[in-house]
Ligand binder design. Structure first.
Ligand code: DCP
Ligand code: MG
Ligand code: MN
Length: 350
């Protein structure tokens, strides 16, 4: 605004402006650009009034004040409060954000967008937001998908997938990586690393993955597909074929195992990159970061495809040499080349 606070006090609409200003502060905080703009315009228009504005109709006559804002002005004048503001102040937005980003497949951007649109609960989203099928699925199975998976259920899921896979192609090898391979008692999801002798690119395994997924879908084991990538551009980050989604074991008769929707990741890795992929997908993420840092200190580069000699760059970061692959297929050999003592998967917690 252009006028200072003392000028506001003499304004007949000072109380209204004070409340609207708090609402504006809130919308500014949550990055709601559209409402921030509308409130700034409205407040500045209201400041220029010499009479007290008491009804929505009067407010709406003023250029720069829209229908919604006009109603809020009437609410403030008649009740001396604003329900939307009290709601915003009561519900710290960090808490809402925390709930929203735990929806499977939803990131910070989408969560922030919903908050900016005024959504504050999962029910609110289900009833009033425009959702994709996957977002709806993530909310409907919110509790399931945020429950950790006991180790023996990870194993049961593993047995199921592996037995189906071996019927499709007995030469394909599947291993459960992630926190399970590190020996965790429970996991957030089940990470399958899939390879086959003689493969040199993830694309070699793509037909297998398609068959595996369609078989598992038909039996009702795979219940939702959140993302799948089948790009095989060599050298591109994330070029390996992946599949992310949900699975469910049939409800268990004796124990409580089964019947809960679980997150599952399938990852195709050619034999030539298997060692590097094992390191990456075993983690944990902090361990990976320290391994990459170590590599770069030794003029090497480690990623999920292999260990490379660092690219030499001249002035202007122009490449002098292309990074040469040192090792990809053998996990232990990568440790050796990096000059670090071998660490068993269960010793890779950082
Ligand atoms: N990873 C990584 N950096 C990331 C994400 C993943 O290095 N930002 C690697 C390390 C992880 C592995 O991929 O161990 C698998 O990712 P998950 O998200 O499945 O993590 P975890 O399996 O370790 O834990 P959780 O039990 O939560 O699934
Ligand atoms: Mg995992
Ligand atoms: Mn995972």
């Amino acid at each position: 605004g252009t006028l200072d606070k003392s000028a506001d006090k003499q304004n007949p609409n000072s109380r209204t402006i004070e409340v609207l200003q708090k609402m504006l502060d809130y919308y500014t905080r949550i990055n709601d650009h559209w409402r921030t703009y509308a409130y700034r315009k409205g407040i500045s228009a209201l400041r220029q009034q010499t009479e007290k504005i008491t009804t929505a109709q009067e407010a709406y006559q003023i250029p720069g004040i829209g229908d919604r804002l006009a109603q809020k002005i009437e609410e403030i004048v008649t009740t001396n409060r604003l329900k939307r503001l009290e709601y915003a102040e009561k519900e710290p937005m960090d808490q809402v954000l925390e709930v929203f980003i735990k929806i499977y497949g939803v990131g910070n951007t989408q969560a922030t967008k919903w908050i900016a649109q005024g959504f504050t609960t999962l029910d609110d989203l289900l009833q009033n937001a425009k959702l994709t099928a996957n977002q709806r699925m993530g909310i409907e199975h919110y509790d399931d998908l945020n429950t950790r998976i006991p180790r023996r259920e990870v194993e049961a899921i593993g047995e199921h997938v592996i037995s189906t896979a071996s019927k499709i192609d007995p030469a394909v090898e599947l291993l459960i990586g992630g926190s399970y391979r590190r020996g965790a008692e429970s996991s957030g999801d089940v990470d399958f690393i899939i390879t086959k002798k003689g493969t040199t690119s993830a694309g070699d395994l793509a037909p297998f993955l398609e068959q595996l997924v369609s078989t598992l879908k038909q039996e009702g084991f795979l219940t939702a597909e959140v993302a799948s990538f089948h790009s095989h551009r060599p050298g591109k980050e994330g070029s390996g074929s992946k599949w992310h989604g949900c699975c469910v074991l049939p409800p268990g008769k004796k124990g409580k195992m089964g019947g809960i929707w679980r997150r599952i990741d399938l990852l195709l890795v050619p034999e030539t990159e298997y060692g590097a992929a094992l390191i990456y997908f075993t983690g944990n993420d902090i361990f990976n970061r320290s391994m990459r840092l170590l590599a770069s200190r030794k003029k090497m580069r480690l990623n999920q495809r292999g260990l490379y000699k660092e690219v030499m760059r001249g002035p202007g970061r122009v490449k002098v040499t292309e990074g040469e692959l040192l090792e990809g297929r053998d996990e232990k050999r990568i440790f050796e080349l990096l000059g670090v003592k071998w660490r068993e998967p269960w010793e890779r917690w950082c």
